[in-house]
Design a binder for this molecule. Structure first.
Ligand SMILES: [Zn+2]
Ligand SMILES: [Zn+2]
Length: 206
């Protein structure tokens, strides 16, 4: 049975092979700039479409964009708490948890495993857009890019807090916030891009 996150001792360096199949193994890793660029370019295209080909007003587009970002940050919290840190009462759940997230808790400094691989992200992102379009119609052309920019922002914060030393200013809080999750208490501070939802749901720890 795979190690559950609660028992994992974080290693300071190194990496680990997740898949014996070399193609899958290669696909399980990504340089962080690849997904970030992909999401920002996709958002720009959607934003351009929203302004050019829909009748939505500028304030409404801006509102939907920020709504998308806010909903993303809630999804970030919920997926991290509910999926990545789910109860692992069966070997299958333990395996899923380890593949998706346990590996990151074991090797928090492995910079090639900080983002969902783009191949998977395109599939998940495409499915999400279809769901949003069915739910809200053309509003999704402004909401979806906000969601994607929220995701890119999360990836950026997650990358810098693991790859660089904390700065001596206000933003140091982000480093401390995520270090608590990794090194002090796995069931606290599920939010990475901000502690907002940890405050709301009572999982914030200083
Ligand atoms: Zn975690
Ligand atoms: Zn992390």
């Amino acid at each position: 049975m795979e190690q559950t996150i609660t028992k994992i001792k974080p290693k300071n360096s190194g990496t680990k092979t997740l898949f014996e199949n070399p193609i899958l193994e290669r696909l399980s890793r990504t340089h962080i700039s690849v997904p970030i660029t992909l999401y920002l370019v996709t958002s720009t295209l959607f934003g351009w479409y929203a302004f050019t080909y829909t009748d939505m007003s500028t304030p409404w587009i801006i509102f939907l964009f920020f709504a998308g970002m806010t909903v993303f940050s809630l999804v970030e919290y919920a997926v991290h708490r509910g999926v990545f840190h789910m109860e692992t009462d069966t070997p299958t759940k333990a395996k899923i948890q380890y593949t998706f997230h346990g590996i990151h808790h074991e090797y928090p400094k492995d910079k090639t495993r900080l983002a969902m691989p783009p191949a998977a992200a395109i599939f998940v992102g495409g499915t999400l857009f279809v769901i949003m379009f069915l739910l809200m119609g053309e509003a999704s052309y402004a909401f979806f890019p906000g969601f994607l920019v929220g995701y890119a922002g999360y990836l950026f914060v997650h990358f810098i807090v693991h790859a660089y030393a904390p700065p001596k200013n206000f933003f140091k809080k982000l480093w401390v916030n995520h270090a608590v999750h990794h090194y002090k208490s796995h069931d606290r501070n599920y939010g990475v891009s901000s502690p907002l939802w940890d405050y709301v749901f009572g999982t914030y720890m200083k």
